[in-house]
Design a protein around this ligand. Structure first.
Ligand code: NAP
Length: 375
């Protein structure tokens, strides 16, 4: 049994393919409130639909469920629970969270009583810092007696591209993959999760060692740190960051600053495992040089040239963005290690304050640098 919290674009994709792959193993959608339930039942509850990668791919329409109590039920072959109406919630063994980064720590709160040491929580947010946020907010005395209550965490990242065209109906515009890893891969519950999810056709899940996943997350943090904020602030598609020369100085400035921050972070953290620690730390550091970050960023800009980043979409629509878990996270690391972080600090503030499209402020930051890697 798997529960999915955050049935938006990625949550719908995951739930849909999970149920198809393991029809005998229930998938429960955790719906925020009665409005979400009504939407599920009335508008789209007959089926989850995905297009256009596999035209016509959807679940057959089952009869409407009449046994629903208002807070739980079965619809379209999925079980659902309405979170703000739950009266007798049971334990959750496997929880996949696909809310946005800034929604996750709060959304997690209502599930704490249902999660224990034999639960596995899979986090699929962009950025870094969600797990830290959950631990510091919800398990403040970890390391003490509460330690046994903490579930196992599996961290993941995805480059699937999808968006909602209606509730529970998504367009899967870019076939990608999901990478997963855990700091406790040998725990039986974690092992079961890491073996089950790669079997889901359509999601392209693979598992990695913790050092390999850490490297992927840090490089992706840098890639998102450059592309997401700039495309929002300059209101442009990803490819513009490569084709317009005015962004080059910013790219160099960003890469020097971010490389210094992430390299210091890796040194401070160690590699997280005793085995081959030195070599994995060295390998990790090599993928975080300014040049390596620059290459990764330019590669992604070219690969996704026509795409509109999620931050640009959120910024433009006036929605909260994930900036606190991307450039905001980098800014906090810079402060922690006593390093300069003017670029990350400035874009975090510009996005958070919604100052419009402050191109000049940003460009003059890069022009005022000495170009010697000392932002
Ligand atoms: N979409 C992509 O192509 C893509 C690609 C790579 C990575 N990602 C990452 O994946 C994560 C999810 O992105 P997304 O595009 O799937 O976002 P999304 O479409 O906005 O989905 C988030 C879902 O979480 C729900 N939610 C929020 N708070 C909740 C709560 N307290 N209880 C229950 N449900 C709650 C939202 O409900 P409401 O609609 O009611 O707010 C929404 O359905 C993000 O970190 C994103 O950066 C997405």
């Amino acid at each position: 049994m798997t529960h999915v919290l955050g049935v938006g674009a990625i949550g719908t994709l995951v739930a849909f393919h999970l149920k198809r792959a393991y029809p005998g193993s229930p998938v429960t959608l955790l719906l925020r409130n009665q409005a979400a339930r009504r939407s599920w039942i009335e508008k789209a509850g007959e089926r989850l639909t995905i297009r256009p990668l596999r035209p016509g791919l959807h679940e057959p329409t089952p009869p409407k469920d009449t046994s629903a109590t208002g807070c739980t039920g079965t619809q379209g072959g999925f079980q659902y629970e309405v979170l703000d109406h739950m009266t007798d919630p049971g334990p959750i063994r496997r929880l996949i969270i696909t809310t946005k980064a800034h929604q996750t720590v709060d959304a997690y709160a209502q599930l704490i009583p249902r999660l224990g040491p034999s639960s596995v929580v899979v986090l699929l947010q962009n950025g870094i810092g969600v797990q830290e946020g959950i631990l510091s907010r919800h398990y403040p005395s970890r390391g003490g007696s509460l330690n046994t209550e903490i579930p196992h965490f599996v961290l993941g990242t995805t480059n699937h591209g999808c968006y909602r065209e209606a509730p529970f109906r998504i367009v899967h515009a870019g076939l990608g993959e999901i990478s997963l890893g855990s700091q406790a891969p040998a725990a039986p519950e974690v092992q079961a999760t890491l073996e089950t999810l790669p079997g889901v056709d359509g999601l392209n899940v693979h598992t990695e060692s913790w050092p390999a996943l850490s490297r992927r997350l840090l490089v992706k943090l840098a890639v998102n740190g450059f592309i997401n904020a700039l495309t929002a602030l300059f209101d442009c598609p990803n490819g513009d960051l490569v084709t317009h020369s005015r962004y080059r100085a910013l790219l160099d400035f960003f890469c020097r600053e971010t490389s210094a921050i992430l390299t210091k972070h890796v040194e401070a953290q160690g590699c997280g495992t005793a085995t081959h620690c030195a070599s994995t730390t060295d390998e990790l550091a090599r993928s975080l040089t300014p040049e390596a970050l620059r290459t990764a960023i330019l590669h992604t800009c070219r690969l996704t040239a026509a795409n509109e980043s999620s931050m640009r979409q959120d910024y433009r629509a006036g929605r909260q963005t994930e900036i606190d878990y991307i450039n905001g996270y980098l800014t906090r690391l810079a402060t922690r290690y006593g390093l300069p972080g003017p670029y990350n600090q400035l874009v975090t503030r510009l996005i958070a304050d919604r100052v419009g499209h402050p191109g000049r402020q940003l460009l003059s930051l890069a022009q005022g640098s000495d170009g010697q890697g000392a932002p």
